[in-house]
Write a protein that binds this ligand. Structure first.
Ligand code: GBH
Length: 496
């Protein structure tokens, strides 16, 4: 059998029928391309109350009845707090060059402040980093992947602007303690989620439902906290440590349903501005929100009888301080939506969902995964990369990309193998054919883990984890060897 045939198996010929767009591209990635896989603290560590760790918002949320599917919690998760050496060995076996993990803020600072530094927490991350370096794996570290110290959540969390200084203190202690061995820092993972799911829909911790108002204030504070931490790195650590610091944003790509319809094209753009632009425009462009957000939210707020816009404003000084505070664009990408214009009008109470006047949906024909929101659309990633590149002109690190299956024991994970083959190939096309500056790719996830409100019912791992076994054994799925082959070949080499 020729390899062309076997590659064809991976490009979903059954559902995607644009031969030019979906054709497989052979070739290799630029020299030094970063190949990585990712996890996050609450999703894998467990040891929720061990060795002096403080309580986080997700401990509280998952211990509250009916928040998480099947009553699951991250109390033990993958037990990576005790099994990190095994995790590193799995990456080593795959030939991965980088590992993206996150630090649990309350494991380092149990009450969220410098008043109490947990040496055992610092030791844990030192050990993990040293184990990685010993195995020639470079750490890419996220400071905030959604686990806020409960003490700070109790004071209003991200809706209380005091948290900006607390976050800066936390970021600085991490730079100080770990920065000699960490060349890449990510301040926030997907602030959109913290804001919209945490304080808007209430699906995620802390479970607050103020989707039209608080979400805008929360994001405002996160943007300022990000900028402050970046300046701290830039002013005090960059010269010494020589690393980079940036932010990771998430979002689905929005494809105009009909590209020849101007209203659809504008709607897709508006959707992307409300999703990425909300954070990326201030940070990468001019220190301020996208015009379309400012106009829409202000006019709706006034019509809703509010005296001022629900979208807060940055002062001139803040704009200058925020602009240019990311050394790269961290991108988490999973899926795509179709978009058209829609007249949502005014809602009472006001809502982030209605503010853009856009309707989105997914094509029923796109392959499903184990998550209701995630349909497999490889070509959307290439378009998204181009969209980000054209607007923000920063080197792009894909900090997450992956697919879920439902909770079944499956080692020959066909869907995930196809997914990685096809999506990574779209990244290659973005680089080679569109000239997009992509520097790295990160697979989500190394391990099956605690999938937030879905608990353990959705599995994203390249390694199967048995959550019923107290030892939490890990077993490689076939996707691990497929991804490992891509990494070793630095792309897709045609075998003759
Ligand atoms: C990432 O977020 C997380 O960083 C990671 O921790 C997580 O495990 C992983 O992905 C897999 O979920 O239809 O409006 O409800 C995922 C990003 C998930 C983006 C769900 C938007 C649905 C939006 N997203 N999502 S909505």
């Amino acid at each position: 059998m020729s390899t062309t045939d076997s590659k064809d198996d991976y490009v979903f010929p059954d559902v995607f029928n644009d031969p030019e767009r979906d054709a497989f591209l052979y070739g290799t990635f630029p020299e030094g391309f970063i190949w990585s896989s990712a996890t996050s603290s609450y999703q894998i560590e467990g040891a929720w109350n061990e060795d002096g760790k403080g309580v986080c918002n997700w401990d509280t949320f998952s211990h509250t009845k009916c928040s998480i599917q099947n009553g699951d919690t991250g109390d033990v998760a993958c037990d990576s707090y005790h099994k990190y050496k095994e995790d590193v060995a799995l990456m080593k076996a795959m030939g991965l060059k980088y590992y993206r993990f996150s630090i649990s803020w309350p494991r380092v600072l149990p009450d969220g402040t410098l008043n109490n530094v947990n040496e055992a927490g610092i030791a844990y991350y030192n050990n993990l980093i040293d184990e990685l370096r010993l195995n020639d794996i470079i750490p890419m570290v996220t400071l905030f992947h959604w686990d806020t110290p409960q003490t700070l959540e109790d004071l209003g969390g991200w809706d209380n602007e005091d948290i900006i200084d607390r976050f800066n203190d936390y970021a600085e202690i991490c730079f100080k303690k770990f920065g000699d061995r960490v060349p890449l820092w990510i301040t926030f993972n997907e602030p959109w989620i913290t804001s919209v799911k945490g304080y808007g829909t209430g699906e995620f911790a802390p479970g607050i439902k103020e989707i039209g108002t608080k979400v805008y204030r929360v994001s405002h504070n996160i943007i300022k906290a990000h900028a402050k931490a970046w300046h701290t790195y830039d002013d005090k650590y960059r010269k010494l440590q020589g690393g980079k610091a940036g932010i990771t944003l998430d979002g689905d790509f929005a494809e105009p349903f009909d590209r020849s319809n101007k209203a659809h094209v504008e709607a897709a753009e508006t959707f992307l501005q409300f999703k990425f632009g909300w954070f990326a425009h201030p940070i990468f462009v001019n220190g301020d929100y996208p015009e379309i957000m400012k106009t829409k939210i202000a006019s709706k707020s006034i019509a809703q009888g509010l005296g001022t816009s629900r979208l807060p404003e940055f002062s001139q000084e803040e704009k200058a301080y925020i602009k240019g505070t990311s050394d790269f664009f961290g991108l988490n990408a999973y899926t795509t939506q179709y978009a058209t214009d829609a007249t949502e009008g005014l809602s009472h109470p006001p809502s982030y969902w209605n503010d853009p006047d856009v309707k989105t949906w997914q094509d029923e024909g796109w392959p499903k995964s184990g998550s209701s929101w995630l349909r497999v659309v490889p070509w959307g990633l290439r378009r998204l990369l181009k969209w980000v590149n054209d607007r923000y002109h920063a080197p792009i690190y894909i900090t997450e990309n992956g697919v879920s299956t439902s909770d079944v024991f499956e080692l020959d994970d066909q869907l995930r193998q196809k997914f990685y083959q096809a999506y990574v190939n779209e990244v290659l096309k973005a680089i080679k054919l569109d000239g997009v500056d992509v520097r790295g790719y990160t697979a989500w996830s190394l391990l099956d883990n605690f999938e937030w409100a879905s608990g353990y019912s959705e599995r994203f791992g390249m390694h199967y984890v048995d959550f019923n076994d107290p030892e939490r054994p890990r077993t490689a799925k076939k996707s691990a060897s497929l991804y490992s082959k891509i990494v070793k070949e630095n792309g897709f080499v045609k075998e003759l």
